[in-house]
Write a protein that binds this ligand. Structure first.
Ligand SMILES: Nc1nc(=O)c2c([nH]1)NC[C@@H]1CN(c3ccc(C(=O)N[C@@H](CCC(=O)O)C(=O)O)cc3)C=[N+]21
Length: 297
């Protein structure tokens, strides 16, 4: 059996269309154009590419993009000052500070300085707390993308056993909570889990968010399971030419595709959903900030 490949690129394009429709409605009915500010500190090449993609897709959806590129040497105080400025700017509905930040900057302090109402990354403790409580709020983008893709593949998730491998603040923890809110039975696995392969084999939904290339093998996958691969690992690809690289996930795709019922590819799976969900959160933030009800996106 060969798994259905879950087309994250197509699902993300559909979500961006919905976002563009809501942006047009906001403009028509309320004369509001949502604005997203993205802050990049330093010269990390991968981050630069992501930030450029975010800006392009923000504009394509009809929103305004504000890009702030700061040097690697930027002080924490200067970054906090920029965040305060963006918090106060009425044209800014969403603020995203690209991670990772340089080592001399305290990431938690920066995240906590962002107005929770503008925290389109969903990382502020206030928004994290709302997920725990199952209350509506701004939800982290990659975890939300995982849930949307799982639903795309298997529909209602209620009663499914989801195994989440990885417990990071950015993905593992929030995706576990979102899956619980979808009425899954969730197991959270991590580096100290005993016999990880056999736990994974019990998963109807297997979410791989460890950041280790191809760690999850085909024989860890229950036949017919839905596999969501969050990993974005850039590895050398000498077959493509000198110095070239390619992306691989946390799942050994060629093995898992033979066993799973549905699987996300890397690239073209969760990655594009992350940016589409960021745009959706920006619309949600723009509405809520003006006392308008959130729309389902
Ligand atoms: N504050 C913050 N929020 C983030 O959401 C955030 C961040 N910092 N720092 C870095 C990670 C990483 N991230 C990705 C977004 C899109 C793709 C994506 O679109 N990937 C494409 C391929 C891109 C390529 O070819 O390089 C794909 O998987 O098909 C990947 C990774 C967001 N992150």
């Amino acid at each position: 059996m060969t798994a259905t490949i879950i087309d994250g690129k197509a699902r993300a394009a559909a979500l961006r269309e919905d976002v563009a429709g809501e942006v047009a409605t906001l403009k028509r009915d309320h004369d509001v154009t949502p604005g997203l500010a993205v802050v990049l500190v330093g010269e990390d090449p991968a981050s630069k590419v992501y930030v450029a993609n975010k800006a392009k897709q923000t504009v394509a959806a009809g929103m305004v993009s504000f890009e702030h590129k700061l040097t690697e040497e930027t002080s924490e105080a200067a970054l906090l000052e920029l965040v305060a400025h963006l918090n106060a700017d009425p044209d800014v509905d969403g603020i995203l500070v690209q991670m990772p930040l340089p080592r001399h900057i305290d990431t938690d302090r920066v995240v906590e300085a962002i107005d929770p109402a503008k925290d389109v990354d969903g990382l502020h403790p206030m928004n994290a707390g709302k997920i725990v409580l199952g209350r509506p709020g701004l939800v982290p983008c990659t975890p939300r993308g995982c849930v949307i893709l799982a639903k795309e593949a298997i529909g209602n998730l209620a009663g499914k056993h989801a195994v989440v491998v990885g417990r990071s603040i950015l993905v593992g923890k929030p995706v576990s909570l979102l899956l619980q809110n979808e009425n899954c039975t969730v197991s959270m696995a991590h580096s100290r889990t005993v016999d990880l392969p056999s736990l994974c084999r019990q998963a109807d939904i297997l979410v791989a968010a460890v950041g280790r290339q191809e760690m999850i093998r085909g024989d860890w996958v229950k036949p017919g399971a839905c596999v969501i691969d969050v990993g974005i690992n850039r590895i050398p690809a000498p077959e493509k030419g000198d110095g070239k690289t390619r992306l691989v996930g946390d799942v050994a795709f060629e093995e898992a595709v033979e066993v799973a019922g549905a699987i996300t590819p890397v690239p073209g799976g969760v990655g594009p959903m992350t940016i589409a969900c960021l745009l959706a959160n920006t619309v949600t933030a723009a509405r809520l900030r003006r006392g308008l009800p959130a729309v389902d996106l």
